[in-house]
Design a protein around this ligand. Structure first.
Ligand code: CO8
Length: 258
């Protein structure tokens, strides 16, 4: 397995586990960390032996944002010409189901990374926020768009304009996270959920990811049509035949592309 400087990568059965590993900087997402994370999860996306991925932090944070110290002295041209942080678009396009297991701070780019994952499981110590306003900027990794779609205008404006952090319960109430669990259990709960997902047909799970994501990007009629096309296309898979045969024969399915 490839060795990385800023992340730890493991595989447990069919589940990939990526741990952000810059705890002394609260896992601030510098360019090197982004590149390593995108490379590691992209490899899992196309690995038939991996069916879902958990991304987690370490120490006090999931991630406390983009690396402020790395960005501080950049000028507009530096940012523009390097297309600073374009790599996150590659992350957001991944189809393998990704779960953010959030313990502690998920701020700025850390909250945005969690939102790029397909679901978020939060420890009861989690704190979410978009505090970029305090730095004289605004969210830059999709936060103004994904947070607003996830929690609605009222809560998004509140978080983005005041920089206020919300706790795990508030995050669950407003629909930002899927589940809240005791902090000590967050990775094990996420691994268990990922294990369940990795036991399904991978092409069906990938299609489901594409369909749900389309709900954020298209109108209803187009989204429903897109879903129907994906539904039709799965009838070309062996897993659809197996899944439906198993139901009829009252047994568990043995998916080929698990
Ligand atoms: N970047 C760099 N270093 C950081 C970051 C960060 N985002 N967050 C924390 N650190 C470092 C601290 O500087 C400190 O380092 P050192 O020990 O060398 O001084 C170490 O991590 C520990 O942090 P603290 O001592 O501050 O820990 P506290 O427990 O006192 O406070 C907080 C924790 C409240 C989380 C505090 O660290 C904090 O406010 N961090 C910054 C949060 C923030 O503003 N995040 C948004 C960053 S901007 C962003 O994410 C924009 C994304 C879009 C970019 C797109 C570009 C195109």
């Amino acid at each position: 397995m490839t060795e990385y400087a800023n992340i730890l990568v493991e595989q447990q059965g069919r589940v990939g586990l990526v741990t952000l590993n810059r705890p002394s900087a609260l896992n601030a997402l510098n360019k090197a960390t982004m590149e390593e994370l995108v490379a590691a999860v992209t490899a899992m996306d196309s690995d038939p032996g991996v069916g879902a991925v958990v991304i987690t932090g370490s120490g006090k944070a999931f991630a406390a944002g983009a690396d402020i110290k790395e960005m501080a002295d950049q000028g507009y041209m530096d940012m523009y010409l390097a297309d600073w942080f374009r790599g996150w678009e590659d992350f957001a396009r991944l189809r393998i189901p990704t779960i953010a297991a959030v313990s502690g701070f998920a701020l700025g780019g850390g909250c945005e990374l969690a939102m790029m994952c397909h679901l978020i499981i939060a420890g009861d110590n989690a704190k979410f926020g978009q505090p970029e306003i305090n730095l004289g900027v605004l969210p830059g990794m999709g936060g103004s768009q994904r947070l607003t779609r996830a929690v609605g205008k009222a809560k998004a404006m509140d978080m983005i304009l005041t920089g206020r952090f919300i706790d795990a319960d508030e995050a669950e109430r407003c629909g930002l996270v899927s589940r809240v669990v005791p902090a000590a259990d967050v990775v094990s709960e996420a691994l268990a959920a990922a294990g369940v997902i990795a036991g399904k047909s991978k092409p069906a799970a990938m299609a489901a990811v594409e369909a749900v994501n389309a709900a954020f990007e298209t109108g209803l009629a187009h989204g429903v049509q897109f879903e129907r096309r994906l539904f039709h296309s799965l009838f070309a898979t062996e897993d659809q035949k197996e899944g439906m045969a198993a139901f009829t024969e009252k047994r568990q399915p043995e998916f080929k592309h698990r």
